[in-house]
Design a protein around this ligand. Structure first.
Ligand code: ATP
Length: 435
């Protein structure tokens, strides 16, 4: 299929760093008599006039030797993964540090699935086979980069037409059986591009929902994470819930309207550096019973820190009524909150509808958790406190006194310690609170 001006459009859409690498790859392929293509999301986004996020290049031939030529020509180096037939040309240090620029080249390949949900076995193949292994027609289009027909599209599944119609369509009826994570991918494209699953594809997704059971927690979590990085993920989650996919991976979808409001608030108000996907997940967990949350976390196998933060949400929610008590002092709030992960506290600050509790969560996160006494252990030793548990208790009580405004300066603290040492009961009240 011919679509005029796609090559100039590609050139214009590439970053200034990537453009010379793609040109060098085209020259190298011509010299090796290899055929080179842009495939997947980049072609789709070019046709839609959307910015390119990354560019996947496929060669019918040897990706490693082609990469070496590109590296020679452009002064980069090659990281080859021969087992997968992929290679990366790297410039200015490893890309993982964020300073480098890289071009990914992959040999065209074919994939077979031994059983539903298994990772595919990969073998070298033709471009046609490479397109046929893909998820949706809109991603199964190739733009030819080498003569004789450079600039033309290879579109064996009618992807261009589906792009124009705004349809997400699988390539064959067993697509979701082979890989049920594609159900999540389909919804992600629907939301991001404003597309809709083609009706037969949607009924296949509903029919094959049970194949999600065969997908590992890590893979489901990865798809979920990608969805949560999209612009308004509550829409995608609602759609997954409608199809039955969310519940199937252990995430019941309660209270959609409340979640929509809270997701939007979190987006507007999240502090810089906050991990929005983690807060979204926390909000989701907030709507669940403790049993549901525990089952979801078991299924999704989060990394330890995230898992702990999400596990804290339910127990923290159970403390919010106490946190709202009008007579609660700052030190007591700190004792209540300091055992919870900051991400859980942040989540509950968004989730909680009680103004007093919310304000204490905010102050804890912004201020109280950093409060320390001016005196340290050495100072206390100088004032005559022996090493041992008493030292720790005094330091905690001093911090509490500072949180509650009973001491404001180093001098105040010193007299406070002297009073405490003068008699066992005169060290001021303990503000500690047991959990
Ligand atoms: P994005 O813009 O989200 O990066 P993309 O289309 O580039 O979208 P990737 O996840 O980077 O998507 O995958 C690159 C290509 O690999 C896709 O366009 C698709 O053709 C193919 N692909 C990825 N995951 C699958 C899958 N689970 N099944 C089949 N093909 C897949």
């Amino acid at each position: 299929m011919a679509v005029s001006d796609l090559l100039p459009r590609l050139d214009g859409a590439l970053s200034a760093d990537l453009r010379p690498l793609v040109r060098a790859a085209r020259d190298a392929a011509a010299a090796e008599n290899a055929r080179l293509y842009v495939v997947g999301g980049a072609v789709r986004d070019l046709l839609l006039g959307r910015p390119l996020v990354d560019v996947d290049i496929v060669v019918e031939g040897d990706a490693t030797s082609l990469s070496r030529r590109v590296a020679q020509q452009t002064g980069g180096r090659v990281e080859a993964h021969d087992r997968f037939g992929t290679a990366k040309v790297l410039h200015n240090g490893p890309v993982s540090t964020g300073h480098g620029q890289s071009l990914d080249l992959a040999a065209a390949r074919t994939e077979t699935y031994a059983r539903p949900g298994a990772l595919p076995a990969v073998q070298p193949g033709t471009l046609a086979q490479d397109l046929a292994r893909r998820d949706f027609t809109i991603n199964a289009i190739a733009l030819v980069l080498t003569p004789p027909d450079e600039g033309s599209l290879l579109d064996p599944f009618g992807g261009h037409k589906d792009i124009e119609a705004g349809l997400v369509r699988v390539l064959h009826d067993k697509s979701f059986v082979d890989d049920a994570t594609r159900i999540f991918r389909a919804v992600r494209y629907e939301q991001r591009l404003g597309f809709r699953m083609e009706p037969q594809t949607e009924s296949l997704a509903r029919r094959d929902i049970r194949y999600l059971d065969a997908i590992s927690g890590d893979r489901v979590r990865n798809e979920l994470d990608l969805l949560l990085r999209e612009d308004a993920p509550e829409r995608g989650l609602a759609r997954l819930a409608e199809i039955g996919a969310l519940e199937r991976v252990g995430l019941p979808w309660h209270d959609a309207a409340w979640l929509s409001v809270k997701f939007a608030q979190a987006r507007r108000a999240a502090p810089p550096g906050a991990l929005l996907p983690e807060i979204y997940l926390g909000l989701l967990i907030y709507t669940m019973s403790l049993e549901e949350a525990s089952a979801a976390l078991q299924r999704l196998n989060f990394p330890r820190a995230t898992d702990q933060a999400l596990r804290d949400v339910g127990p923290l929610k159970a403390r919010l009524a106490d946190l709202a008590r009008p007579d609660l002092q700052a030190s007591a709030a700190v004792h209540m909150l300091e055992r919870f992960q900051p991400a859980a506290l942040q989540t509950c600050a968004f989730a909680c509808d009680d103004e007093a509790a919310r304000e204490r969560l905010r102050r804890y996160l912004a201020e109280w958790r950093y409060v320390k006494s001016a005196l340290d252990g050495h100072d206390l030793a100088r004032l005559g406190v022996a090493q041992g548990p008493r030292m720790g208790q005094l330091l905690t009580s001093l911090r509490d006194a500072r949180l509650d405004g009973q001491v404001r300066s180093r001098e105040d603290e010193e007299s406070w310690v002297r009073r405490a040492l003068a008699g066992p009961t005169s060290a001021g009240p303990r503000h500690g609170e047991q959990r």
